[in-house]
Ligand binder design. Structure first.
Ligand code: DON
Length: 311
C-alpha cells in the first residue's frame, strides 16, 4: 500500500495539467496548484500516506458529509421533508431547480441542500454552539483535537458569497429556512472553512467505513445511506463520471480535497487544489481512478485473484 501511494503521488507530481484552483473564494485563489497528498486509514488501524499528506487545506464541501451526519442526528428522517435524495445533474451552486421544485433542494450535497442541512443542525442553537458541535464531531471522528476552522477563509467566503445568499433567500421565500439567512450563511461558511490534512481527513472519514474497529458515530443504516448519497451526489454533475471511473462513494470540495470510502476496508483522502470542469479536484480524481484500478477496489465488484494488491 505504501508503494502504491508513493507511486500515485509521483505520477500526480509529474502531471503538468493540474487543473484550475477555485478563485471565487478570494482567500483560496492564491493556493499553489503544485501540491498533492494522499492518505488512507485502513480498517485494521494502519495509516499510510504520501506526498503533501500533512499539509492542511480547506475541506469546503467535504464538510457537508459531517454536517449531514449531525443534522440526521438532530432530526432523523424528518430532514427528507426539506431536502431530496436525487442527483441534480447541475453545478454545485445552481439555483435552477429550486424554482421548479418549490424550494426543496435535490440533495444535501449541492449548496442549496447543504444550507438546509446547516439550518437543521443550527436549529435551537447559536451559530457558535452549532459550530462547536460540528468541530466536536469532526475531532471525535479523527481522534484529533487540533482540527480547527480558518477564520480568514470563512470571512472571505461570507464577503463574496452572493450565490449562497441568493440560494438561502430563495429557500427562505419557500419557508425552507428556519434561522435567519445571515446566521445560516455564517455557520455554513465556517463549516466549509474547516481545515484538515489528508491524514486527518482520512481518519475523520473512518466513521463511514463499516468495520468493527472504526468510530461508531452513526448507525450502520445511516452510514450506508450517507455512502449512497456520496456515490450518487457527492461530485455534483460529475457524480456519474466519478462512480464510473472510481466506483467508490466520494465527496469533493473546491479546496481540492476528496474523501473516498471503501466500505469495510478503508477511508481515503486525496488532495490537490486544481479543479476539473465540475469543480472537483482534477489530480485527486485521476489519483483515485489509478488507486481503484490498481487495488481492484469497487463497490460494484470484488478484486479478482491475481489482480489488485494484497493488503
Ligand atoms: O459554498 C461554496 O461555494 C463552498 N463553500 C463550497 C463549495 C464546494 O466545495 C463545491 N465542491 N466541489
Amino acid at each position: 500500500m505504501q508503494d502504491l501511494l508513493s507511486e500515485i503521488a509521483e505520477a500526480a507530481s509529474a502531471n503538468p495539467d493540474k487543473g484550475k484552483v477555485a478563485s471565487y473564494i478570494p482567500e483560496l485563489a492564491g493556493i499553489d496548484p503544485d501540491q498533492f497528498g494522499i492518505a488512507i486509514a485502513m480498517a485494521d488501524g494502519r495509516v499510510f500516506s504520501a506526498g503533501d499528506a500533512d499539509v492542511p487545506f480547506s475541506i469546503q464541501s467535504v464538510s457537508k458529509v459531517f454536517a449531514l451526519a449531525l443534522a440526521l442526528g438532530r432530526v432523523g428522517d424528518e430532514i427528507w421533508q426539506r431536502v431530496g435524495r436525487e442527483p441534480s445533474g447541475l453545478s454545485f451552486d445552481s439555483i435552477l431547480l429550486l424554482e421548479r421544485e418549490n424550494g426543496i433542494p435535490r440533495n444535501p450535497f449541492i449548496n442549496a441542500g447543504a444550507l438546509v442541512t446547516t439550518d437543521t443542525y443550527l436549529s435551537g442553537s447559536s451559530p457558535r454552539e452549532a459550530l462547536g458541535e460540528l468541530l466536536r464531531f469532526v475531532r471525535a471522528a479523527a481522534d484529533d483535537d487540533s482540527i480547527h476552522m480558518n477564520e480568514k477563509v470563512a470571512k472571505s467566503e461570507i464577503a463574496t458569497g452572493h450565490r449562497n445568499f441568493s440560494l438561502a433567500h430563495y429557500l427562505a421565500s419557500h419557508g425552507n429556512m428556519r434561522a435567519s439567512v445571515d446566521k445560516v450563511l455564517g455557520t455554513y461558511c465556517h463549516q466549509c472553512a474547516v481545515e484538515m490534512t489528508c491524514r486527518q481527513l482520512a481518519l475523520a472519514g473512518r466513521f463511514l467505513v463499516d468495520a468493527p474497529a472504526m468510530p461508531g458515530l452513526v448507525s450502520i443504516e445511516r452510514r450506508r445511506r450517507i455512502n449512497a448519497l456520496m456515490m450518487t451526489c457527492g461530485h455534483y454533475d460529475g457524480s456519474g463520471d466519478f462512480a464510473f471511473r472510481v466506483g467508490m462513494p466520494g465527496k469533493s470540495g473546491v479546496g481540492g480535497g476528496i474523501l473516498v470510502i471503501s466500505p469495510g476496508r478503508a477511508a481515503i483522502a486525496v488532495w490537490s487544489p486544481g479543479l476539473n470542469r465540475y469543480g472537483n479536484s482534477k489530480l485527486g480524481t485521476e489519483a483515485m481512478e489509478l488507486f481503484a484500478h490498481r487495488t481492484g477496489w469497487s463497490v460494484f465488484g470484488v478484486p479478482h485473484p491475481g489482480r489488485g494488491i494484497d493488503v
